[in-house]
Design a protein around this ligand. Structure first.
Ligand code: HEC
Length: 149
């Protein structure tokens, strides 16, 4: 019993200590409403519910995003996600970058995005195969010249 108690206290101590480690997510980049991506309402809705937590300035931070060690995972996701692709500043990207991102959306939407661990918690963000297809077709339709980039 005594060892268990000591182990528990160590764990508790470690848990409290890691709360002081904070992953800094820089403030979202400045954006005008017109910078936001434009897409047919149906597609936009899917992007908002399934992608915006990590790929926009409109992150909804759940309570556990403030509790380490989960906060490490969540905050790193948002930080990297926005770096890669931020739908809130879409129109600040030049055409070349947009085309590149559209192509990576076509690829990522098959299975990589939204990340599986995120969907485990966010059931509403799950996409059906046909919703994935809709996003894919939309992204494809925005790609201008297959050869050029
Ligand atoms: C939980 C956060 C999260 C959500 C939700 C999310 N992403 Fe991502 N996304 C990331 C992170 C983090 C990266 C950075 C690259 C990586 O980790 O693989 C990324 C990278 C990407 C990339 C670049 C991938 C590459 O390798 O070129 C695309 C495209 C992308 N996401 C599209 C989407 C789309 C579309 C959705 C919604 C259907 C979405 N993501 C939802 C976190 C997220």
């Amino acid at each position: 019993m005594k060892t268990l108690k000591i182990m528990f206290l160590w764990l508790l101590g470690a848990f409290i200590l890691i709360q002081f480690i904070w992953i800094d997510v820089p403030n979202p980049p400045k954006a005008k409403p017109s910078d936001e991506i434009k897409a047919p309402a149906k597609i936009k809705k899917l992007l908002v519910t399934s992608c915006y937590d990590c790929h926009s300035n409109h992150t909804k931070w759940p309570w556990y995003s403030y509790v380490a060690p989960v906060s490490f995972e969540v905050r790193t996701h948002v930080k990297n996600g926005r770096n890669w692709l931020n739908f809130s500043i879409w129109n600040q990207y030049d055409e070349k970058k947009k085309q590149k991102l559209l192509k990576s959306i076509v690829k990522a939407i098959d299975w990589k995005m939204p990340p599986p661990d995120y969907m485990m918690i966010h059931k509403d963000a799950r996409l059906t195969p046909s919703q994935r297809k809709e996003i894919k077709e939309w992204a494809k339709s925005q790609i201008k010249d297959e050869q050029e980039y």
